[in-house]
Design a protein around this ligand. Sequence first.
Ligand code: SF4
Length: 65
Amino acid sequence: MECKKNENKKFCNCTYPCEKKGICCECIKYHRERNELPACFFDAETEKTYDRSFEAFIEMHKRKG
Ligand code: SF4
């Protein structure tokens, strides 16, 4: 199976300059090891804070109600 990096980059919402963009397996591994989630779990407002923590994810959903 070929890497779908270029295809994945089309829907990647991450605004952080990062070499893992589109390499979802590496992206998830990186953030999971830090108890975090990748950018695509966050809305635009939360994503731009670069806070990928579980807490930021929960707070985002609390704001949404
Ligand atoms: S979510 Fe994290 S690992 Fe993934 S592309 Fe953005 S900064 Fe890189």
